[in-house]
Write a protein of this length. Structure first.
Length: 298
């Protein structure tokens, strides 16, 4: 729970507040955009929740905050909101909540599947999630998009005897992972699951496409709430922007309706709208890469 003595001055008066330990991971703004906003590399409460629904969203943000930087001075039944997690997204896909500081607050997802459940990247290892995953049938596979977002994957794997899937270039983050992906070609792991190598953010970054509908994008691709368009993280591209651009261009041959990122807002669009958004993003990225190449020659 946040420390009232470290309460940021930018918070409006009222029960909910953010303290100075905030790392600006964006989790609270994704979950409760009508309550939290961004200022000077922090989140803050710009509007106190006014109704039951907004209070529920704010409490979900409080529970999911990786650094415990959100607090409330009022009496709230946090345990009731805890039962919301994992949070249903669509068709057996869930957002886990309980984002981990080990992954800078990255989102993680749970997939309920008849042939065994999946975890995509990892939340904090908590008793609540262990119990919830167990009640949903356990975990058979843990897909790790890249080295930044493994968090407590090893603990979940040990708890549920799960098999972790990660690319060879990222394996230093989980050296005892059970399934290692190689090379740059897409890999059909199972009928409903396709692993797509997307070097750029890191050298061995991979996406997971589920049922040609849900694209779990790690730190490769996200929806920007302000611009209302798909975006990529150029400022946080640790390996190669030009390679990330090439990887992004390859995605135009796939069909999907959901973008489920590690960082940034998730979004669902009709397939044709998603395809158009992706084409426009690739065009912007190619222009940026071309400009950088020209500058490099000067």
């Amino acid at each position: 729970m946040a420390n009232p003595n470290k309460r940021l001055q930018k918070n409006v008066e009222g029960d909910f507040f953010v303290d100075s330990t905030c790392i600006n991971c964006d989790t609270c703004r994704q979950l409760a955009p009508h309550v939290f906003s961004e200022f000077d590399d922090h989140s803050f409460v710009y509007a106190q929740p006014q109704n039951k629904n907004e209070k529920q969203l704010a409490l979900r943000a409080l529970l999911s905050c990786p650094t415990g930087s959100i607090g409330t001075t009022g009496t709230k039944n946090v345990k009731d909101v805890m039962e919301d997690f994992p949070l249903t997204i669509d068709n057996g896909v869930y957002y886990c909540g309980f984002n981990s500081p080990k992954s800078f607050g990255a989102n993680s997802y749970f997939i309920q599947h008849t042939d065994g459940n999946w975890l995509v990247d990892s939340p904090k290892f908590t008793k609540h999630l262990v119990k919830a995953f167990g009640e949903l049938g356990g975990l058979r596979y843990i897909f790790l998009t890249h080295q930044d977002d493994v968090a407590d994957a090893d603990k979940f794997a040990l708890e549920f005897d799960s098999q972790r899937i990660i690319h060879q270039e990222e394996v230093a983050a989980q050296p005892d992972a059970e399934i290692i992906l190689q090379g740059l070609k897409p890999v059909r792991l199972f009928p409903d699951f396709l692993a797509i190598p997307t070097p750029g953010h890191t050298k061995g970054h991979c996406l997971l496409l589920y049922k040609d509908c849900f694209l779990f994008t790690g730190d490769h691709l996200y929806w920007d709430r302000q611009t209302k368009r798909l975006e990529a993280w150029q400022d946080y591209c640790w390996y190669s922007w030009s390679e990330l651009t090439k990887s992004m261009a390859l995605l135009v041959c796939y069909n999907f309706q959901w973008i489920l990122p590690g960082h940034g807002q998730r979004i669902s669009l009709a397939p044709h709208a998603m395809h158009q958004q992706l084409l426009e993003l690739v065009s912007r990225m190619q222009s940026t890469s071309a400009s950088q190449a020209t500058i490099g020659k000067l």
